[in-house]
Design a protein. Structure first.
Length: 401
């Protein structure tokens, strides 16, 4: 009987047998892994799909947008019937359909406003699939503060880039920014709140081709990190899909960059929630530091807005990304109001009588308590019981302890 006529060999192997055939592969590491994906568009879809196929056990998907018809030609996890639903929710649901044993949480919000740093600290790696500098700068700062690596991806038409960052030991995203990048970012920050919002809504032309390539590389780098292999940290890979002149790149640490000292220790307060008065957090931190000069949030908060025409002010206490149009435009004069921000809370501030939630901070966040040169992070860990994210694994627990 010829080879063609022989009966095919039937393999009764389990779901991940072909992965475990890889000599260095440890499926238990993958199953225990905690990965946060920031962005659930075309690139985020590819990342989430690959994580689910590989059997990653804990995935958090962050995105604030809803699915539109134009997403359907680029996003593998979305269908026509999903239009109008939140991208994060549908991506999370699709990941569960691919791998039912996965613990997948969707956060329908803006990473800069709605994701507490506790999520970053509980992640083994963060995969970025965003399309703007502001979000990348925030993710970079959050990961640097809690000592977690992150892998950034970007796509446009038939090209893309993957970059890995693990400050303080490697270059971080801010190290890669040119003077022109900073000028553009600062110009946007100086714009009015309405102008900032309009800029944020501008899209980038993308294809599923570039998304599939870049998303696959990002997940491959995350898998290498999980297995203790050398990954693309402090380096990048530029994919050029038109003429195939792709190339690697290495980034140098900017000596003036603020994220290249060891992260401050973080005190996990499991009995403190977003509804605990900030004064209680202040007092607890004071016991640990021998006093507190200021509490600093990890994000910028709009304290109030003031009409430049009539002078009327109103308290806001929200991140800029969450300020409603009614709070931006004066109802009397129909002109845009000027925002006032707060970046720290001192001992005489009325804010100490409020809770983190009332002060505009998201659940499971980290505040930074300073006393002279000393500083600790205070994780509002009581919120964790309300979420689905798991406890720290032993290696994470040792970091920032």
């Amino acid at each position: 009987m010829s080879i063609q006529e022989e009966s095919p060999l039937v393999l009764k192997d389990h779901r991940f047998a072909r992965l475990e055939a890889i000599k260095w592969w440890d499926q238990s590491l993958v199953r225990q892994a905690r990965i946060m994906v920031v962005g659930a568009g075309a690139l985020g879809n590819e990342i989430v799909k690959n994580l689910a196929l590989l059997g990653v056990g804990h995935i958090v998907v962050v995105d604030m947008d809803r699915i539109e018809s134009s997403n359907l030609c680029r996003s593998v996890l979305f269908r026509e019937g999903d239009e109008g639903q939140f991208k994060a929710a549908v991506a999370a649901r699709s990941a569960k359909e691919i791998y039912p044993d996965a613990d997948v949480e969707a956060i329908m919000g803006n990473v800069m406003a709605d994701v507490g740093l506790g999520y970053f600290r509980r992640s083994d790696a963060v995969l970025g699939a965003v399309d703007n500098r502001e979000a990348r700068v925030f993710v970079n700062a959050a990961c640097a503060r809690v000592g977690r690596p992150w892998i950034d991806g970007g796509i446009e038409v038939l090209q893309g880039i993957v970059r890995g960052f693990a400050p303080p030991s490697t270059a971080c995203y801010e190290c890669t920014m040119s003077e022109a990048d900073w000028d553009l970012l600062n110009q946007r920050r100086s714009c009015s709140l309405l102008a900032q919002r309009a800029i944020a809504q501008q899209g980038t032309p993308t294809t599923p081709i570039a998304a599939s390539v870049i998303g696959a590389i990002q997940v491959a780098e995350a898998i290498k990190l999980l297995h203790g292999m050398e990954a693309l940290m402090g380096r990048g890979f530029v994919f050029e899909g038109e003429n195939h002149t792709s190339y690697p790149v290495t980034y140098s640490v900017n000596p003036e960059c603020r994220w290249h000292e060891s992260p401050y220790p973080i005190e996990v307060m499991s009995d403190v929630t977003s509804d605990t008065p900030l004064r209680t957090i202040w007092n607890r931190a004071s016991e640990l530091l021998g006093g507190v000069d200021a509490l600093e949030p990890a994000r910028e908060i709009v304290e109030s807005t003031t009409c430049p025409k009539c002078g009327q002010s109103q308290r806001v206490l929200k991140p800029a990304e969450k300020v409603h149009r009614a709070q931006i435009v004066c109802p009397r004069c129909d002109v845009e109001c000027a925002p006032t921000y707060f970046h720290s809370i001192t001992g005489d501030s009325y804010l100490l009588d409020l809770s983190p939630r009332q002060a505009g901070l998201p659940e499971w966040d980290i505040l930074w308590a300073r006393c002279g040169e000393k500083c600790i992070g205070v994780e509002v860990a009581g919120d964790q019981s309300r979420r689905t994210a798991p406890e720290l694994n032993p290696e994470q627990a040792r970091t920032n302890a």
